[in-house]
Design a binder for this molecule. Structure first.
Ligand SMILES: Cc1cc2nc3c(=O)[nH]c(=O)nc-3n(C[C@H](O)[C@H](O)[C@H](O)COP(=O)(O)O)c2cc1C
Length: 397
């Protein structure tokens, strides 16, 4: 099964991604990986750290002369700010006594958990009163490694002409009211907007919301959408709870830091409607798309999945991000050492991460879809997959 792991602390030396069971024979573009890393770092509402990072990926293993080998792929993204964190974050040596004023503050300022973050639960669970031991890994800096891995999975999907996009539907109270947004419109417009929204007027409203939140020391959430087109019918399976593709996609989306809700297709809205207004009637055209075997729908309220399997329509999945937990006007909390009332810590932080979370969403969806694709068509070599895929599409039905 194609899967990936990440390692690395937010201010550690580097982040690491490792992909297993990736097929041999695919030419990988490092530029494409780096482009995705740059997209993750963008977006109006990000914090000062984005200016330092400028992430770049380096492949350590699993490729030879640019081509995947079928062996585990390891990727490293070095922390460009490591020299400033080495004394605090060295994996072996104890914290040095020769800290500058900023380092001293960072070393001692980690006992007041942020409501809404992993700080308190992690501290109790892992038996530490130094919240940095938890927040370093809970931080969504980890998503850089996800994006690098997702960019490799995305190149496999791209080889089979499966396309993926994302865009932002709402930030705070500013939201897209237009329901029909074509895939190609997202391709051409989303990345031109600083908030990754296709409508310039709504983008301006979103930026105004973010500016106001920043001024008030507050943060904002929102909703983003990922779409995948040109999928073959029949990825995933209804056979077991864990083989259902909708379950895997929702779990992957939910695992993104700050995501608190996921829906596929009309999701929550369909719960209030009658079946006749929810389900997508079926039609057939012998000359229709070979990937859906000629079957098609005039609507796509199901969002491309029925019975835990792709149905040949575009996959539409949305995620709701809560406003992030690090507030510059911090909430009340309790100091974990002396148990007295306090104000939560204020690490350098973003105001709104929804545009970046959408890029992470693409990476997670790419991973899950590449896994489903190779589950069905094999994961040893590209040639084997191509042969199996072609045979599937040609099989008489
Ligand atoms: C791309 C991205 C960047 C994030 N940046 C921050 C941040 O700067 N400050 C913060 O408090 N939370 C940030 N978050 C959210 C936290 O990581 C998240 O809220 C925290 O780990 C707790 O997990 P939960 O919200 O899923 O419960 C970010 C999330 C994403 C997806």
């Amino acid at each position: 099964m194609l899967r990936f792991l990440t390692a690395g602390e937010s201010h550690g030396q580097a982040l690491i991604g490792q992909i297993e069971s990736f097929p041999a024979g695919l030419k990988i573009s490092i530029d494409k990986i780096n482009r995705q890393l740059t997209r993750r770092q963008g977006g109006f509402g990000r914090g000062g750290r984005m200016k330092i990072e400028h992430d770049r990926a380096r492949i350590l293993s699993g490729l030879r002369q640019g081509i995947t080998l079928g062996s585990p792929i390891a990727i490293i993204i070095e922390n460009r700010d490591w020299s400033n964190w080495k004394k605090l974050m060295d994996p072996i040596r104890p914290v040095s006594s020769r800290l500058n004023a900023r380092q001293k503050r960072l070393a001692n300022d980690t006992t007041r958990p942020r409501p809404g973050h992993a700080d308190l639960s992690g501290a109790v669970k892992y038996d530490t009163r130094d919240l940095r031991n938890v927040l370093e890994r809970a931080s969504a800096r980890e998503t850089a490694a996800r994006v690098a891995c997702g960019a490799i999975a995305g190149q496999l999907l791209e080889y089979f002409d499966i396309r993926m996009v994302s865009h932002v539907l709402s930030i705070g109270r500013a939201r897209m009211k237009r329901k029909k947004i074509a895939f190609d419109e997202i391709v051409s417009k989303a990345d031109r907007s600083e908030v990754r929204c296709v409508d310039p007027a709504v983008s301006a409203e979103m930026k105004a919301e973010i500016k106001a939140a920043r001024k008030n020391g507050d943060t904002l959430g929102g909703v983003f959408e990922v779409r995948i087109s040109n999928l073959p019918i029949g990825l995933g399976s209804m056979a077991q709870w864990f083989t259902r593709l909708d379950g895997a996609l929702a779990a992957a989306m939910m695992s993104i830091q700050s995501v608190k809700g996921v829906e596929i297709g009309d999701g929550f809205a369909s719960a209030a409607k009658k079946g006749s207004a929810v389900h997508d009637a079926l039609y057939y055209k012998p000359s229709g798309s070979v990937r859906s075997r000629g079957f098609y729908r005039r609507t796509n309220r199901a969002g491309g999945i029925e019975g835990g399997m792709t149905n040949g329509s575009e996959l539409i999945i949305r995620a709701a991000c809560k406003p992030i937990a690090t507030l510059m006007k911090p909430l009340e909390t309790v100091d974990v050492i002396n148990k007295s009332a306090a104000r939560a810590i204020t690490e350098r932080s973003d105001v709104c991460v929804v545009p970046a979370a959408a890029v992470v969403g693409e990476a997670m969806m790419a991973m899950v879809m590449a896994s489903a694709f190779t589950d069905k068509f094999g994961n040893d070599s590209l040639a084997d997959i191509e042969a199996a895929f072609e045979a599937y599409l040609k099989r008489e039905f």
